[in-house]
Design a protein around this ligand. Sequence first.
Ligand code: FEO
Length: 393
Amino acid sequence: MKPIEISKGIYSVGVIDWNVRDFHGYSVEGTSYNSFLIVDKKIALIDTVKKEFAGQLIDNISQIVDPQKIDYVISNHTEMDHSGALPHVMHVIGEDKPVYCSKMGLKNLPLHYHKKLNYQPVDNGGELNLGDKTLTFLETRMLHWPDSMFTYLKEDGILFSSDAFGQHYAGYEMFDDVIGHVIMPYAKKYFANILLLFSPSIIKLIEHVTKLGLKINMICPDHGIIWRKDPQKIVNAYAAWSNQETKKKALVIYDTMWQSTQNMAEAISKGLSSEGIDVVPMNIRKWHRSDIMTEVLDAKAIIVGSPTLNNGLFPTICDILTYIKGLKPKNKIGAAFGSYGWSGEAVSLINKELESMKIELIDSGITVQYVPDKSKLDDCFNWGKKIAKAILG
Ligand code: FEO
């Protein structure tokens, strides 16, 4: 990606990672690691990139200024997709140059790089003057790491928002007005898989920023496109997602051994659909957990099915339940189903997991021994209708 001037004296100098497909367990089709160079009387670099792209970052900066002329580095976030290139950048620009970070960044950066750098912790609301431009630091602890912060450029109304408002998207389109609405599913997936569990803090942050009355002309996240035409659009989407508003939608997430649980899932899905519910049947072996999580975001009902295997759950079902639980979805109802041969523990184990996630159980569950016949499949269909009625309230 060639550096481009996104506003007078402000350059996007990050890189595109076309080939990444697994981002610590989240399925992606590439992403970008954004980094921003502000050229004023003093020159500042906001965030770096993943370690393997350090050379590309330096090349990009070199097309604008001699990297050794950078006066300050701002680290909005310690996670290694944004700080991995920091040691190399500091080696190139001079290791005595200040690295501004949050107080938690001061703790976390040395735990990653074990190197003495000139870390300068900043206060929430602290400022750094570059000449004509002023940076203000806004602590955003636990959005999504303890060290996370935003940097706000007052004169231009630009919010450098670290991971928030980002998307794992790889493409040459750099702005919301260029790419259009197709970026929203990427932003939704990012929110569902990275930020959902911090929804209460996001609601407070949006209220806080609104109260501050910050003029925001542009939001520059560390992944994906820049919001310049309508930054409020992504802020509004975050407000809705954080409030965890749900639709009349049910997910039927299952695994199967000999198609019995799958046949149950299909009958249950038909029952739900017959009542006008938007149903997404999800065979766990065909869906990546991060895509399931994206659907969880606005679903009202989470219906989970597993055969009983060795007196327990199928391991794939444990995987998805653990993943969903960690992201703390709210305002959901749920139920369990599954086939079994002789012991049949799966449904009660799923119920326990759903309850531990504070998902309201609307039924004790439905089971079939071995293979469902027509009458059992009719029961599943009617059970789906019962869940649909609970969704419709
Ligand atoms: Fe994109 Fe939390 O790192």
